[in-house]
Design a protein around this ligand. Sequence first.
Ligand code: PHB
Length: 389
Amino acid sequence: MTCRRRTLAGAFAASAFLLGAAGAGAQTPIKVGFMLPYTGTYAALGSAIENGFRLYVAEQGGKLGGRGLEYFKVDDESDPSKAVDNINKLIKRDNVDVVVGTVHSGVVMAMAKVAKDTNTLLIIPNAGAEAVTGPMCAPNIFRSSFSNWQPGYAMGKVAGSRGAKKVATITWKYAAGDESVQGFKDGLKSSGGEVVKELTLPFPNVEFQALLTEIAATKPDAVYAFFAGGGAVKFVKDYAAAGLNKTIPLYGPGFLTDGTLEAQGAAARGMLTTLHYADGLAVPRDKVFRSDYARMFKSVPDVYAVQGYDAAQMLGVGLAAVQGDVKKRNELVAAIEKTPIDSPRGAFTLSKSHNPVQDIYLRKVVGTENRVEGVAVKALADPGTGCPM
Ligand code: PHB
């Protein structure tokens, strides 16, 4: 009897051990692949995105949907010609469950195609290329940031309402610049102005002198510029050094002054920009985010950090709905689609094509801050998002 009892007890212990082992198997970490620029003009943007992502995960005790995370990283160098090889390193070599990337619109177009072909979950924490949440939209592709059109459109409305009738634009010649300028034109037109000169230079060149001379000769009412990262620092400084900021207001999407103000110094003083994030927002979630970020990284977060943080939130929403079972893709996707994201920028929802519908703020540079002045456009959706999913 005693012996039999022992045997049963032993059997129970053994099966409990096996169950435990199976449970532990289900608890292996989710593999997250960061494909971001860690070198070049957008390097600081890539790091801020990764920081924001890691911060949200840390706030959740290191787990999303009950599972830990394991990270893999590729430096995409903001180089579209290397994009397919780079994303395949994460998908084929590292076998990641989700790719988080990237910053550059040209790179993300190649990534989106691979993600679509391989049905890999992709969360875009910056690049605003309209195609990926337009004609290329797919159930497995989400964006936590913006479409290039959105901040541009808001700035166009603001510039027109401030009396700019004839405006010159300047940008790097690639999808982000082109689409940002198109958004600006649409907004400007709706408030009574027009673009009279469009200047471009190849990405990531920063030889602005000849173009600044052309702006001076054109004498527009205002200039709209799309640059970001290291290029934005140099452009704003060169614009001021040429004395143009004294006579011709320089406007832009907030990328022109986000994460760059320490380096731009007095050259950026008083500039007005539009973006889905700002300093001084009365958003409770932002207060927590900023103090946690400062504690973890000893620096002040910018819009890129917010977008990384929200990419992690979106993944977290999806994983929570499937208790970490990433294979339950349909349920995971449905949860992300329908759950408003409690972002430091203020809550946002996703359009049918998975792009944020969000308030765009007007900001003014005061010291080293992009102080919020108000909402330029409320709950702005990307108009080009008729997604046939
Ligand atoms: C883009 O390429 O889509 C892009 C890059 C940097 C920004 C914004 C957009 O700050």
